[in-house]
Design a protein around this ligand. Structure first.
Ligand SMILES: Cc1cc2nc3c(=O)[nH]c(=O)nc-3n(C[C@H](O)[C@H](O)[C@H](O)COP(=O)(O)O)c2cc1C
Ligand code: SF4
Length: 330
């Protein structure tokens, strides 16, 4: 598989040694019940990942990255102890690994590892314990969803690098925005799992609650495809501003209204958003107060910032009347 990845143009691969998958099962005495050279004492339980890594290195050569995701906290009975984890890290380094990533918890673990209730970067202390025990860079992970928390973890010496997964579904431009010091423009992953992992477990295409375009980019392009009946001049002829000059009223500043206003403003429309409450957010205002759901406030912040950037006229504390909306095109 690593050779195929290399041929396909990738710079490296990650070997999945955590989360309770096969390699992890070989490592834990609770699940590895073999009595041959692949099971028994710790040395023999390590042979499986070692064999994979050394054969892989042999096959791909030296100038290809091999990362190993090491379960540093199994969170299940009969998992590896810390001494074993440290020794395993040294062994996978010797077997040809360039970078070690952190794995937290088997899928069978009953302790939340990525849900919103896990504090941002809450497992960084686990990776920190391994710092200094190996010579290769260490990556820490889970619930890093904003640049400030990443910077904090690096400054605290918790890891050499930070891994993010879901935050890129929520906002594929996260790194660029962080680099430009535009953290307020990031559409933040709220850790809900509702459209990413929940979809995967139902064999549906993964997406994102706060960015439904994720993994559906060609179904819902940011700039709508022209209708076949449109003339060449009309087809995107206005630089993607197909709604330029149109006046559009959106009634209700909850998630749907904020999103509708934003998408139309992006296409060049003059948008007025009516909200009878004193704040934008709708149901999300309520949701953010439920314990473990505080990240919903980030979604409201994201929309507020974007609506302001695009000059949407937000009328708070205003009930839209028929007269108010009569003058609009839509
Ligand atoms: C849809 C989805 C699929 C994932 N698949 C894998 C996987 O195949 N291998 C893996 O090591 N982790 C996988 N993960 C877990 C992520 O690598 C990551 O550890 C986890 O989402 C926590 O980090 P985050 O808070 O940055 O998302 C997946 C996560 C999601 C949301
Ligand atoms: S659905 Fe989106 S916001 Fe929710 S956890 Fe997944 S990536 Fe994050």
């Amino acid at each position: 598989a690593a050779v195929l990845a290399r041929e396909a143009g990738y710079d490296g691969v990650e070997v999945m040694g955590s989360e309770g998958y096969l390699i992890n099962q070989f490592l834990a005495s609770e699940t590895n019940l073999r009595a041959d050279q692949w099971g028994g004492d710790f040395e023999r339980r390590c042979r499986f990942p070692e064999a994979i890594l050394s054969r892989m290195r042999e096959a791909v050569g030296e100038d290809f990255l091999i990362m190993y995701r090491l379960s540093m906290l199994d969170l299940v009975a009969g998992g590896s102890n810390w001494e074993e984890i440290e020794r395993l890290a040294q062994r996978v380094e010797r077997a040809g690994t360039n970078i070690i990533n952190t794995g937290i918890g088997w899928h069978e673990a009953r302790i939340p590892t990525i849900a919103t209730m896990v504090p941002r970067g809450g497992f960084r202390f686990v990776t920190k314990k391994l710092m200094g025990a190996v010579n290769v860079p260490l990556v820490t992970t889970n619930r890093f969803n904003d640049p400030a928390t990443c910077e904090e973890a690096l400054a605290e010496g918790c890891a050499d690098m930070i891994s993010m997964a879901r935050p890129f579904l929520a906002d594929p431009h996260l790194v660029k925005k962080a680099r430009l010091s535009r953290a307020k423009d990031i559409n933040t992953c709220i850790g809900c799992n509702q459209a990413c992992l929940d979809h995967v477990f139902k064999r549906k295409v993964s997406s994102c609650l706060v960015n439904p375009r994720a993994c559906h980019e060609s179904d819902f392009p940011a700039i709508p495809r022209p209708e076949a009946s449109q003339s060449a001049a009309d087809r995107g002829g206005q630089g993607g501003k197909q709604l330029a000059g149109r006046r559009i009223a959106v009634v209700g500043g909850g998630p749907a209204g904020m999103s509708a206003a934003l998408e139309r403003a992006r296409l060049g429309a003059d948008v007025v958003l009516f909200e009878r409450q004193a704040q934008l957010g709708g149901q999300f205002l309520l949701a953010q107060h439920i314990p473990g759901k505080f990240e919903f406030n980030e979604t409201i912040r994201y929309f507020e910032t974007q609506l302001a950037h695009l000059g949407v006229d937000v009328r708070l504390g205003t009930v839209a009347t028929t007269e108010d909306v009569a003058a609009f095109d839509e």
